[in-house]
Every structure is written in structure tokens, then in C-alpha cells.
Design a protein around this ligand. Structure first.
Ligand code: ZN
Length: 155
């Protein structure tokens, strides 16, 4: 490699989310512990370029925001610009899913409930002022996924 290429390469930072591949795969998802939140997809952190900037790294944590779940491009743009409101919304959404995961595991492991009954119970007690909600079908699918993953990697 020529010295110029070497210098050029050093001035570019490897994207910490996809490790320079431009694509987030299951290994990256496991490394960042986002099994229940992300699916393999082109990397939204570096725009699939594999490279990122110091500025981006300082403004946006590598594990922030959903990668593919209902995030419109305009929101991705805002996150990249470090928009605090959008980042806050992203964190709230993460909390929503964190709670849902805990809820599911609690009812599944301690009360032996299946995905269907957990979904029903959740919807029955859902706070109408909750910051996020899911359609029944999506909720059920998500809860099924949580249960499936809890069986394949017990913590
Ligand atoms: Zn990337």
C-alpha cells in the first residue's frame, strides 16, 4: 500500500457499528446486544459506507436508535445531526422495548404464559398514554421473538 493510501486510510475512521463492512450482520447485532431491536441491514450509522467521522462518533453513540424498525429517512438524518429531540425519542422507544422484553420474560418464565396470552394481558393493561404502542399483530410477533431468543441464549 502506498504511503498516500495509508495516510488517506488513517484519516478515515472505521465505522464502529458495522466494522467497516457497510452492512450490519447478526455478529454485529450480537456484539452490540441488539438482538431484539435490529435486523441485518445496510448500516445506518455510516450510510453503508463503512467509514465514519470523528464528529459523528462524538455526537451519536454507536448503539443509538433503531436500525430498521419504522425509522423514516428524515429521522435518520436528524439522528445523524445529533438532534436532541429525535435522540430522546429514540431512547424512549428503546425503553419501551426494554420494558416489553422484561414484561415478556417475566410472564413467560415465572408464570409460564405463552406469547398469545402475554400479548392479551399486555394489551388489556396497556396505558393509553404510553409513548409507544404496537398493533396487536406486531406485538405478538415481537413477543414470540423475545421468547424464542430467550430459549436460544439464556442469560
Ligand atoms: Zn457502518
Amino acid at each position: 500500500m502506498s504511503i498516500f493510501k495509508l495516510l488517506f486510510k488513517k484519516s478515515d475512521l472505521e465505522c464502529p457499528r458495522c466494522l467497516g463492512k457497510g452492512f450490519v450482520d447478526w455478529e454485529d447485532i450480537q456484539r452490540l446486544k441488539k438482538e431484539l431491536k435490529w435486523v441485518p441491514a445496510p448500516c445506518a450509522y455510516c450510510d453503508a459506507s463503512g467509514k465514519t467521522t470523528k464528529e459523528m462518533l462524538s455526537k451519536v453513540p454507536v448503539d443509538t436508535a433503531f436500525l430498521t424498525i419504522d425509522l423514516p429517512e428524515s429521522e435518520i438524518e436528524k439522528i445523524k445531526n445529533g438532534d436532541t429531540k429525535t435522540l430522546k425519542k429514540g431512547r424512549l422507544k428503546e425503553l419501551f422495548f426494554d420494558d416489553l422484553i422484561k414484561y415478556t420474560l417475566h410472564h413467560h418464565l415465572n408464570k409460564n404464559m405463552d406469547a398469545q396470552s402475554i400479548t392479551d394481558l399486555y394489551l388489556k393493561n396497556e396505558d393509553s398514554n404510553a409513548s409507544f404502542s404496537l398493533e396487536r399483530e406486531n406485538l405478538l410477533q415481537y413477543i414470540e421473538k423475545v421468547i424464542r431468543l430467550s430459549k436460544s441464549n439464556p442469560e
